[in-house]
Design a protein around this ligand. Structure first.
Ligand code: PRX
Length: 688
């Protein structure tokens, strides 16, 4: 069949299968785009500057050649890159030894390396005076510049402070700090002495913090007295005090004065500014085994409490360094503006490790997209002359509503690449980003990855620099990433344009090593759903040419403004309310947040309290026990839930009702009491 005709047929077929996707593709001449894309991919050359490691290989002429090498000979590919991009205290003996069935992930075996040496020390001779961090504080125009030399001093003094107070190799250290230089120094100081950092997003409640401290059995916490964000004062120390009261494992709390204000100090508290000023500016870096844990970061799963995803030294650092350089085509001396918080994996890999491993200048953004007004991002871009922006679709959707004038009043000519991560980038937001923000000059790089993957796994670049970028999809697997789509029976879906469960077939260096303290859960969650594959939990569609579009979570994980939340976590909190007998939480489409939280609540018999009161208490409880973004947007009281005869809640029905699309509920005959569905629909119609 002739190319264009075949592609036309494929697309027609696709449109009938998936109306939403069809809309995305119909909005442009995508048949032509696909043709061009396929042609330019095949012709794409590797530039010598981007991969000097492979210059002497005459058979490697294109991006595809290199991608194939990364899959077929991963040890050659990653071994070369790990050696040339990082400095090892001792070379590794073997590149990898992985067994996906048992979740055994080993990269750069017997190698020894220190993260802080790689992020800071090795840049000092050549680039000591280069700006490492630009601290963009809450008030515009107050930025501070921290050179690699400055950062080195902070890291050394902080690591000596930790050591002098008894923190040792292998200890877990909870860091409860906003995105600021001392937070970066704290992370690197831990790595310098071999302690494992566990950054907890500084918007989490004291209960959420306590849970994470207890799970990690962390004896040390690093925090600050107070902070301001979006003009509001945040009492970080008070939150930590409340958490420490519940976590008896804590032996010491380092308190940094971010603001010049006094807060009450308790007997475990250590004034960090003071002890740092008294500490030596030289601290020996411990050569860590490549397989030892570098950090842990909690993330939500579909069941149970958050999991402490744990990354190792050699594998994670290699993957963060290589993805940063090539996905964004980072060039020396450019300013990288990943505006995520360090409390999330995006902050770890693309605010801290990726940029610093590459000797880059990275922005630490401590404000909000709308403070003091919706022009904040663009004013910051102009003032700091940012070259790469990396933000979340939810922020784009929010700012898009404010109109173009907030953007166009600022000069954005410094921008070269526009990155995005965390949730599907919808068509409208993609176009606004490309056409208005980037004035059609910049590539829009939608990147798909997860806390567990360590770094970006699917993104339109690297490729031939001229290859077109489709809207609303991350497109190409990164080097070493071999995605497959599986159907519910675990069969590989070979044809294009069908959707399936996104899994990854081969190990790559960035993948997490375990769930802290629960390797069994790690194996069950990621490797048992489909034996022999890494299971992502996401659904995806593969387009002709092998380009992936992510359709969203397939499990009971919500993605609210790019934040992961388990429905079970929210239900646990709601069920603890004295008037609640049972609850079920689902997501529903939300214009700004991508997904909103919809809670169905069954009250106990005889509850006389007003419904308004209960709603307000339930919202307060989720804010207090989890985080403010975990508060349900909608709460519907219901006399029952749609359950099968075996007692399983049929969430599919609840999702449809929450999305106001209850005319297509599918088969409900297996419900124990199908009549409850009508009641739920009627009650829903009353509250929307
Ligand atoms: O559902 C996918 C969504 O975010 C999930 C991972 O969340 P987290 O571990 O918090 O890490 C977020 C930042 C890396 C994924 O399972 N997700 C991430 N990126 C995209 C995405 N969904 C669609 N498109 C993306 N580009």
């Amino acid at each position: 069949m002739a190319g264009p005709v075949r592609i036309h047929n494929i697309l027609s077929n696709l449109w009938s299968k998936n109306a939403k996707l069809g809309k995305i593709l119909q909005a442009g001449n995508w048949e032509g785009e696909i043709q061009r894309c396929l042609r330019s991919d095949i012709a794409s050359a590797i530039t010598t500057t981007s991969f000097p490691e492979f210059d002497s290989s005459p058979q490697l002429n294109s991006h595809l050649d290199l991608y194939k090498l990364s899959l077929e000979k991963p040890d050659i590919f990653w071994g070369k890159l790990a050696r040339s991009r990082l400095t090892w205290s001792k070379d590794f003996d073997r590149v990898s030894d992985c067994d996906l069935s048992n979740g055994l992930i080993k990269w750069f075996i017997d190698g020894k390396i220190n993260a802080s040496v790689n992020c800071v020390d090795r840049h000092l001779d050549k680039y000591g005076n280069r700006v490492a961090l630009i601290w963009e504080k809450d008030e515009p125009g107050q930025e501070e510049y921290i050179t690699y030399k400055d950062l080195s001093l902070l890291v050394n003094k902080l690591s000596n402070s930790l050591k002098n107070h008894g923190v040792k190799r292998g200890d877990r250290v909870a860091i409860y700090l906003p995105c600021c230089p001392i937070a970066v120094a704290a992370m690197l100081a831990c790595t310098r002495i071999g302690a494992i950092h566990s950054v907890v997003f500084a918007g989490f409640s004291s209960e959420a913090l306590a849970g994470r401290i207890l799970d990690a059995r962390a004896e040390t916490v690093i925090t600050a007295n107070e902070d301001v964000r979006g003009g509001k004062l945040l009492n970080l120390k008070k939150t930590v005090d409340d958490a420490v009261a519940k976590a008896s494992c804590v032996k010491r709390v380092f308190v940094y004065d971010l603001l010049d204000r006094q807060v009450p100090m308790n007997k475990l508290d250590i004034p960090l500014n003071k002890v740092m000023s008294e500490s030596s500016g030289e601290s020996e870096a411990v050569p860590m085994d490549s397989l030892e844990s570098l950090f842990m970061l909690y993330t939500s799963g579909s069941t149970g409490k958050p999991k402490g995803i744990t990354h190792s030294h050699g594998g994670y650092l290699t993957y963060a360094a290589v993805t940063f350089k090539h996905v964004f085509d980072y060039k020396e001396e450019e300013r990288f503006g990943c505006l995520a918080d360090i409390g999330w994996i995006t902050g770890h890999s693309y605010v801290v490790y990726g940029p610093l491993l590459n000797g880059a200048t990275t922005v630490l953004f401590s404000s909000t997209p709308t403070y003091p007004d919706p022009g904040r991002y663009w004013e910051t871009v102009e003032r700091l002359k940012i070259n790469h922006l990396y933000i979340a679709p939810t922020a784009l959707r929010l700012l898009l509503k404010g109109g173009d004038s907030w953007v166009t009043k600022y000069n954005r000519s410094s921008l070269r690449k526009l990155g995005c991560v965390g949730e599907p980038l919808n068509h409208e937001a993609f176009e606004w980003y490309r056409d208005v923000i980037g004035e059609k000059r910049c590539d829009v790089i939608d990147t798909w990855w997860q806390t567990e993957t360590g770094g970006i796994c699917i993104a339109p670049r690297p490729s031939n620099p001229d290859a077109p970028i489709y809207p609303a999809m991350p497109m190409r697997p990164f080097f070493g990433i071999d995605p497959v789509l599986l159907d519910s029976a675990g069969q590989v879906i070979e044809e294009d344009n069908a959707s399936g469960s996104l899994c990854i077939k081969r190990p790559w260096p960035g993948m997490a090593q375990t769930i802290y303290g629960d390797h069994q859960r790690y194996v069950e969650t990621y490797y048992q759903p489909f034996a022999g594959y890494y299971y992502t939990g996401d659904g995806a569609v593969r387009h002709p040419g092998g380009y992936y579009q992510i359709t969203g979570r397939m499990d009971d994980v919500l993605n609210v403004s790019g934040h992961r939340l388990g429905t079970g976590e929210i239900e646990d909190v709601l069920d603890d309310h004295h008037a609640v007998a049972e609850s079920a939480v689902v997501g529903f489409p939300h214009d700004i947040k991508g997904e909103g939280i919809y809670a169905y609540v069954i009250l106990k018999d005889g509850v006389s309290e007003s419904r308004e009161n209960i709603i307000s208490e339930l919202r307060q409880m989720t804010k207090k026990r989890l985080a403010s973004y975990a508060q349900p947007d909608m709460i519907q009281f219901t006399p029952g839930l749609p359950k099968t005869r075996s007692g399983k809640i049929m969430r599919r029905i609840l999702r449809k009702v929450a999305a106001s699309s209850s005319d297509d509920l599918g088969d409900i005959s297996t419900l124990a009491d199908p009549s409850i569905v009508d009641v739920i629909i009627k009650n829903h119609d009353k509250i929307v």
